[in-house]
Ligand binder design. Structure first.
Ligand code: ACO
Length: 338
């Protein structure tokens, strides 16, 4: 076990991961299904992205229902009740509605009547931003138990006529309970968070907000869907993720060999493999499950983290590094000792 870790901004308490959970809809879309919808092939999608299947919300499933299912699992894993939670943060870019927040719907669904709740919009970096935010409330001693959820129904803003983007996305939710503690693992050791609003054109969904209100006809009806500049994002994502890993290792006085598990945002298997090569991380320490879910934006890291824990791939004392890059542009990384 690594014992010599620097905690750059220590507080009165440690913010530890007390439980994890995840949930995906039963309905799926396979690569084979896409060959009947757009001009594509299983071979193209598999070699260019690593994706085989994505889960798609059914008629009665919404971002909040997926989030609440994942949260129930995380609470059970932490052996806690909804009433124990004092704050709920839901990271999403596919909210239940314009307002109220998805987090308030989740609070009501869970019966978490002692919690306040808000949404966080940072696309694929949303969960990492959420964990960084939760940590500050917990290490200061303000709250003991915080629920952080990443949840998306990206299928609702996907253009299923655009082969460049439609094959990439899926729906799902993941959740963690962050708990204050004075002993045991160090928990969330360090977070690096960045934004560059100048890069908004690379990844966006332009309707309906105040720039393109629902009350006015759109100059382009496709603005209701996500648009991505995949090639541009690909290169930037690799560069920023490598920089963040180096920063985390440097600030915490760790080496790459100290990282037991690297859980990146599941954007593209080739991006992840390219990053792993550049940081000299062995394949068995890199978690990839994009084949089963596609890119689920804010949900991708907590789903992967939950799978990793349930598969016994994270042991007590292990150091896990989570990293994300997404629309905003936003990017963030967090070092966690379990
Ligand atoms: N099937 C077959 N051909 C396709 C498909 C498809 N589904 N999609 C694109 N192509 C074609 C393109 O039209 C292009 O053809 P052309 O050369 O005749 O013009 C060719 O394949 C190569 O296209 P590239 O864009 O160069 O392919 P690349 O290897 O870069 O892979 C991809 C594209 C998968 C999108 C990659 O760039 C990527 O993963 N980028 C990052 C994805 C991203 O932005 N994710 C964030 C989303 S935002 C969010 O998560 C909320």
């Amino acid at each position: 076990m690594v014992t010599d870790i620097t905690v750059p901004y220590p507080g009165a308490y440690r913010a530890v991961v007390a439980g994890t959970g995840s949930f995906v809809p039963a309905q799926t879309l396979t690569n084979e299904d896409f060959t009947r919808m757009v001009d594509t092939s299983d071979e193209w999608i598999t070699t260019r992205t690593g994706i085989k299947v994505r889960h798609i919300a059914g008629e009665s499933e919404t971002t909040a229902t997926l989030a609440a299912e994942a949260a129930r699992m995380a609470l059970a894993d932490a052996d806690m009740k909804a009433a124990d939670i004092e704050l709920i943060i839901v990271a999403t870019i596919t909210p239940e509605m314009v307002f109220p927040s998805t987090a308030c719907f989740v609070q009501h669904m869970l019966g978490a009547h002692n919690a306040w709740a808000f949404d966080l919009c940072a696309a694929c970096s949303g969960f990492v931003y959420g964990v960084a935010t939760a940590r500050e409330f917990v290490v200061s001693g303000r709250y003991k138990n915080v629920l952080v959820i990443g949840a998306e129904t990206l299928s609702k803003i996907t253009d299923y006529e655009d082969r460049n983007s439609c094959v990439l996305f899926g729906d799902g939710a993941g959740a963690v309970v962050i708990q204050g503690s004075t002993q045991g693992p160090l928990g969330i050791v360090y977070s690096s968070s960045s934004s560059d609003g100048g890069g908004w054109t690379s990844l966006n969904c332009q309707a309906y907000g105040s720039r393109n209100p629902v009350s006015r006809p759109l100059n382009d009806p496709k603005k209701i869907f996500m648009t991505i500049n995949g090639r541009e994002v690909y290169q930037l994502a690799v560069r920023r993720i490598v920089e963040m890993v180096e920063e985390c290792l440097d600030r915490c006085h760790l080496t790459i060999d100290d990282i037991s598990m690297f859980i990146p945002h599941q954007m593209n298997a080739r991006i992840i493999e390219s990053v792993a090569k550049r940081i000299n991380l062995r394949a068995e320490r890199v978690f990839i499950n994009i084949d089963k879910y596609g890119n689920t934006s804010a949900a991708s890291i907590p789903i992967a983290l939950d799978e990793c824990c349930r598969q016994g791939k994270i042991k007590s004392g292990d150091i896990v590094l989570i990293v994300a890059f997404g629309a905003g542009l936003t990017w963030g990384a967090t070092v966690i000792q379990f």
